[in-house]
Design a protein around this ligand. Sequence first.
Ligand SMILES: [Zn+2]
Length: 270
Amino acid sequence: MPELPEVEIVTRALSRKLKGRSILEHRVHHPGVLLHDPHAGLGGPLRRFERGERHGKYMVLEFSSEQRLVVHLRMTGAFYFRDSDTPLQPHTHVEFQLDTGEWLAYRDPRRFGRIWWLSPNSSTNPLADLGPDALRLSQPEWVARISERSRMMKPLLLDQAVIAGLGNIYVDELLHRSRIHPQRAADSIPAARLGEMWSACRELLRLAIRNGGSSIRSFVDTDGILGNYQNFHLVYAREGEPCTTCGTLIKRIVVAQRGTWICPRCQRRR
Ligand SMILES: [Zn+2]
């Protein structure tokens, strides 16, 4: 499932390829993925792409016609480009024809992903409940948002309303790098350690972006290329392998209904 680094990679790739392009028409192969704001009517023309932004795991593609496509890839959503002679890939639900004749297609086997087509007067805002982005909030803000809560660390960090962008993979990796047990109460951790965790989080996410993201099940970039960062995971999905710090075997536990990987020695519960 794409998290912040993977969504950042897709956003950058789409921004590069769509720069200055307009969308002439779109086709819906399976309804339900592309959503228009019912109150604002159909979205207007997607004329001249201006920029792509990412907030948490959401992508916002802005056009100079003041229309926006807001995208959440959820489990298996992915974009690819094709020309008119290339057949559709299976599970393609929506496609947009560019003024170059090329098609930007969205495929999603699980079909949980969503694309909102929004006008300036749309009342829908899929980003309304999100907390600050994990790569954009300041260190004091990070410390404050975590330390004022008594919840367990893992579900807290997964909560997109608290901090946006982290999912199961990067939360496990971050807690391990910070030597914090996922079930530890957030307000029991000293501010200095949370401050170090903020730095570790930035380092982790940037490293993952540089390595093309993590391809655990199906993540590919817009050219169909797999990420590489799964090869650098220290704990995620590495049950029974030795911890790179202390050699203790990585253990899988369940926290807040999520499979969770820890080093039981480096990450003591206390
Ligand atoms: Zn260890």
